[in-house]
Design a protein around this ligand. Structure first.
Ligand code: NAG
Length: 637
């Protein structure tokens, strides 16, 4: 399978080890002497794929120290570990734990604490076990993993997290009973730096194999446990269950260097799919660009030559073609305010996405910096407020808009307001379910202040420059009286043209979209930024070429309402993104409960909306450029 990748391209596009080769602040290696304590911190519990159905059954994550789980707490209570904004927004809640790991010191069956489950908490925990919840630990910043292999492939790779419990007996029958994993075999790979005597050790891999055991605990001081009994631990929902948590630590020396310790997590699920999709989209693009350049070079040149010649021969009046609408094509669209606000925000999203992917591609946002991707997106979006303000103001001025105060004010408020409002409402569902994913109040406050203090002034400044700059002039004069628009062909009507055009940009990205969705909902590390970067480029080219082509046909049939049309036909790919999310919902997820479903659909609609703004903007600006160019090249008396 790997031999399928041309090596040079593969390194350019996949780049996993380069991503880990940078030492960024906060992710520098920690060196240890033998016997030094290695931190083990705990993160939230996340739902994982249920093995019997291969589906996800919930989207709600829970705090590790949720009262119903009864995990052992460190003496003095758990402490918060500071995290980046992006990490918090994406649901990480990292706290300290009572585990004591000593570098290169094997331990067997250490007693952690004794706990008791009452009926209510047993019921709650059993439900989470049935839904396939995972524990997420961080050992020296590295997520504790389960060793997994893929169907039809023997290579082992790490998948993040390990099971809270399991099911004994055949699933779906009366014998099926959830058991709780209360013993952990923690297998840590460590690397010895050759030739170093002071602090030569580094942690390079962590696998946890959990198991369920009814231990006997001795009464002496300190108490000790006996991990010999392999009877699973069932939590009774009718009475209290007393039990103990135990763990063993096995240190294994490994040749893996620290810089490549993330590689095992970055498993490519079938790289052939990526290559196939890339080739597929490349063909679409070549085909499209070919078609558009044919139209541009042949038809247009002919049109222009004929139009210009006709002018010389005066009396013959042309009775069809795009030249006829020259007096209307630059008439400002309806609702110029909304369109320019959309275009401003679209430009902001466009550059944010591009820059973020580029940074990720260059390895600045490696997975070891938790949440760095989300943090980078927030920072870039905030800083690009200037671009948003500028684009919106300049477009609005060119449309001859006069309510410039409104434009300045609404550009930075409208789209962020929609996003934040949705986020706020969805957050209520998380709070209602007692989920750890609910964004804490102070983070909300921090977000709003970042937006007020940085983004808003930057956007205002951008608007100021935008209004000061010259309006983009139309190459031909607009007539007083609008022309009659003749009956349009079926495929040029709004809905059919949207459906036709929208599917192509979607076709360019949908495989990558699938992987992004798995990484969001299945908590997998996404790192194929090389592919994503190329896909983003292909999507931009597809959006612009196909929109230009449709706008050309539209103008040829003497319909000059192209402004909103260009925005909508290109933005229609968001409809397919939404449709795709629905299909995913039906096939990959079987979410129990209202909250999970509302969350999934809410976020899908929000993402589709932002995608609509992004692709619409690309379609509009390329059409504008095209329309200006063709009308500038004909002579009009
Ligand atoms: C810990 O135990 C494992 C297996 O029992 C062994 O391979 C390894 O060398 C031991 N590690 C140390 C540091 O003693």
């Amino acid at each position: 399978m790997k031999s399928l990748q041309p090596p040079a391209l593969a390194t350019l596009l996949a780049l996993p080890s380069l991503a880990a080769a940078f030492y960024l602040p906060g992710v520098a290696p920690t060196d240890y002497n033998e016997g030094d304590r290695v931190s083990l911190n705990v993160n939230r519990l996340t739902p994982a794929v249920v093995s019997s159905t291969q589906q996800i059954e919930s989207l709600i994550s829970y705090d590790y120290y949720h009262e119903y789980f009864h995990f052992c707490k460190p003496p003095g209570g758990p402490q918060k570990i500071s995290e980046s904004l992006g990490s918090i927004l994406f649901g990480d809640r990292i706290l300290t734990s009572p585990f004591e790991l000593k570098m290169a010191k094997n331990e067997t069956c250490k007693l952690l604490c004794q706990e008791k489950h009452d009926q209510r908490s047993a019921k709650f925990t059993n439900t989470r076990i049935t839904q396939g919840y995972n524990l997420n630990w961080l050992i020296d910043g590295l997520p504790a993993a389960t060793l997994t292999s893929q169907v039809g492939d023997d290579t082992l790779f790490y998948s993040q997290g390990f099971a809270l419990g399991g099911i004994a007996g055949a699933v779906g029958t009366k014998d099926a009973r959830p058991f709780l994993n209360n013993h952990y075999d923690i297998i840590v790979d460590y690397h010895r730096i050759p030739g170093r005597t002071d602090k030569p050790f580094r942690v390079v891999g962590v696998v946890v194999q959990p198991s369920s055991k009814m231990q006997k605990v001795s009464g002496g001081t300190p108490k000790t446990a006996d991990c010999g009994n392999d009877t699973p631990l069932y939590l009774s929902e009718n009475s209290e269950t007393e039990f103990a948590y135990t763990y063993s630590v096995i240190w294994i020396e490994s040749p893996t260097a620290w810089a490549t310790r993330w590689d095992k997590y970055l498993h490519v699920f079938d790289p052939r799919i990526h290559w196939f999709s890339l080739v597929n989209s490349a063909i679409i693009v070549i085909f499209l660009t070919g078609m558009v350049s044919m139209v541009l070079l042949k038809t247009l040149r002919k049109d222009i030559a004929r139009y210009n010649q006709l002018d010389l021969n005066e009396d013959v009046q042309e009775d069809s073609g795009w030249k006829l609408v020259h007096g209307d094509v630059f008439r400002p669209p309806k609702n110029p305010m909304l369109l320019s606000i959309f275009l401003g925000s679209g430009a902001q999203i466009f550059f944010m996405t591009g820059i973020t992917i580029l940074f990720a591609l260059l390895g600045f946002l490696s997975p070891s910096g938790r949440g760095s991707l989300a943090t980078a997106m927030i920072i870039f979006y905030t800083l690009l407020g200037f671009v948003g303000g500028y684009a919106s103001a300049r477009v609005y001025k060119s449309f001859g808009g006069e309510s410039w105060k409104k434009n300045i004010l609404f550009t930075p408020i409208f789209i962020p307001g929609v996003v934040f409002g949705t986020f706020f409402v969805l957050n209520f569902f998380l709070i209602w379910k007692g989920s750890s994913g609910a964004v804490p109040l102070w983070t909300m406050v921090a977000l709003i202040s970042i937006w007020f203090v940085i983004s808003l002034p930057l956007s205002f400044a951008g608007s100021w420059f935008g209004f000061r700059a010259a309006a983009i002039e139309a190459p031909v004069r607009t007539n007083q009286i609008p022309r009659q628009i003749p009956e349009q062909a079926m495929y040029l009507k709004p809905i059919p043209s949207m459906l036709l055009v929208g599917i192509l940009p979607f076709g360019a990205i949908f495989v990558e979209l699938y992987f992004i969705m798995s990484s969001i909902w299945f908590h997998r590390v996404y790192y194929m930024f090389g592919f994503l970067f190329v896909c983003y480029g292909i999507m931009i080219i597809t959006c612009s070429t196909v929109t230009i082509l449709m706008i050309y046909f539209l103008l040829c049939s003497e319909n000059y309402h192209w402004h909103w049309r260009a925005f909508f036909i290109s933005g229609a790919s968001a409809f397919y993104v939404l449709l795709n999310a629905f299909i995913y919902w039906l096939s990959k997820l079987s979410l129990g409960g209202l909250a999970s479903n509302v969350l999934y659909l809410g976020y899908s609609v929000l993402i589709a909306f932002l995608f609509f703004i992004l692709t619409g903007t690309i379609g509009f600006f390329s059409s504008w450029f095209f329309v200006k160019k063709i009308y500038a090249s004909i002579k009009i008396d």
